[in-house]
Design a protein around this ligand. Sequence first.
Ligand code: NAD
Length: 332
Amino acid sequence: MPTIVPYTYEKKEEKIVYFTSLLKDMKVLVATEKPFAAEAVNGIKEICEAAGYQVVLLEKYTDKAQLLEAVADADALIIRSDKVTAEVIEAARNLKIVVRAGAGYDNVDLAAASARGVVVMNTPGQNSNAVAELALAMMIYMSRNRFTAGTGSEIQGKTLGIHAYGNVGKLVGRKGKAMGMNVIAYDPFITDDFVFENDGVRKVGSVEELYAQSDFLSLHIPATPATKGSIGYELLSSMPKGATLVNTARKEVIDEQGLEKALDERTDLKYITDIAPDAVEHLAEKFGKRFFATPKKMGAETAEANINAGLAAARQIVDFFVNGTTKFQVNK
Ligand code: NAD
């Protein structure tokens, strides 16, 4: 008779108890419109299968109906930028946990998940280095006229402003320091000054101060109701002469009309983004070398980040069922 290890997940007055030994036939669905690297998929399978779970892959799906069908009997779900809407949660009658292999989780309907007692997690920090490297590369690309003819400029000696000093922001700051940049940062949720001092980064007191001083501004705020559309004309037009805004965060945090107006008025300003704005073609045509959007979001698209985030997602699922660990839960 196997030992029955009860795991209890408290959801307000309701108490859900999973008996891990009874969950051996669990199905872990990996639903990725943009698939993981093969090594990541193999690692996910190894970790889940060692725990006795079955892994089912739904890759490169083109229709929401395929996802709705695949989640119907899934106990756990691993996703990337895939949308987990209320409809998906509703269709997934056995679902207990969703892990977004990545940092931002604005693609998951948290309220719908919470209402059904489904735990949602992300895998913070696992793809940060990939995003940070891209942010630095974007600064150099814009400084060198997008690798076309003409005299460029160097990033050494310039002031790099970090908007949000989380996992990615910190790494961009450290890499910026290594390139000889003067790094400043703003993050109202980090109250311990040692976090900045430890990296030799100067903390500024307001978002206005940050933009007004930054030759390069690297954006790392999450897309939340408070941040959506919050970066617009006022902040952009306050930036120093020749400044560049680098966005590896989310398109939703930009007020696109404000951005266009600032680029219109200030012919020295530049914008580079990993998340194409709605009016990408219009902006590319209008602003030429001063504007660039990656053809597809590629910040976390490295083999290393894929493997780190995919394996972390699988480990978190096993740890959740076996030990009840909810350390990275985002819908508490
Ligand atoms: P993180 O959670 O480690 O850090 C986010 C930081 O934002 C935290 O320090 C928090 O205090 C701060 N913050 C929250 N609201 C803020 C506000 N209103 N003003 C200033 N600071 C605020 O996340 P991360 O791993 O650093 O990722 C940052 C964002 O980058 C994610 O939310 C995601 O949207 C985006 N991202 C993009 C890619 C990509 O492929 N381009 C990959 C990973 C992450």
